[in-house]
Design a protein around this ligand. Sequence first.
Ligand code: NDP
Length: 250
Amino acid sequence: MSYVPTEDLLKGRVIVVTGAGDGIGRVAARTFAQHGASVVLVGRTRSKLESINDEIKQFGSTSPLIVPVDLARFDDSSSTDLQNGIRDVFGHLDGLLHNASILGPKVPIENYPYQDWQQVFQVNVHAQFLVTQSLLPLLRQSDDASVILTSSGVGRRGRAFWGAYSASKFATESLMEVLADELSSEKNIRVNSLNPGGTRTTMRARAYPEEDPATLPTPEEHMPLYLYLMGPDSRGTTGQKFDVISWNLP
Ligand code: NDP
């Protein structure tokens, strides 16, 4: 049985999406807004955020908040700005989709440049930690908050040449488990990870240049799971690792 979200599933909720300018994040931000959420669009390229912002404004939900920020340079003061910006504009926060990531080079560990290793960890892990830490006080005040961290097949089993990307996704899974455990007594907040699997995006094309993108699912096809985890139907589900490909409704 497939999941059929109601039209107003996310009505009244404020949701942050990182990497909202392109790929899966862009589609997730649009989909959350289509289901009634106010979205905070975090991403690196202002023009891409403006374009998704224009798209969302057309169907008349609340105007999104755009936060152009390079997560490669994200630090304590960026965290404070993000938290204050959301508090000032919306006053509350109910969802956080950690989606932005970079791939880094696909080379053996023996040849992996340290600078690239650090960069991948900064974007995929350290920035994710800082964003989480700064937004937790707001999320904990919500009646029903959901945090989704984006994993990968190589975040569950390491494979040759996936280097820092794979290690960063294992770290992401660990962050999810630690956080879910720390918050387990708080019934109003859940934390889960989601592996979208091979998806027709720029990152996938970079990872598999020989592959025909037409053979892959689009981000739109994954949205039922994103909506399920972000919305009230997943209340009480926490500390779990989800895979789009094998997901069945409980
Ligand atoms: P894309 O590369 O298509 O999009 C990633 C988004 O993240 C872009 O909007 C990009 O911004 C943003 N981003 C990257 N670096 C930064 C940064 N330093 N600061 C701010 N924003 C940044 O990726 P996908 O949509 O394919 O992937 C989304 C998530 O899904 C990732 O976490 C990925 O690891 C995961 N995933 C994807 C799979 C796939 O097959 N596509 C498979 C398994 C997991 P900009 O547009 O400006 O570059």
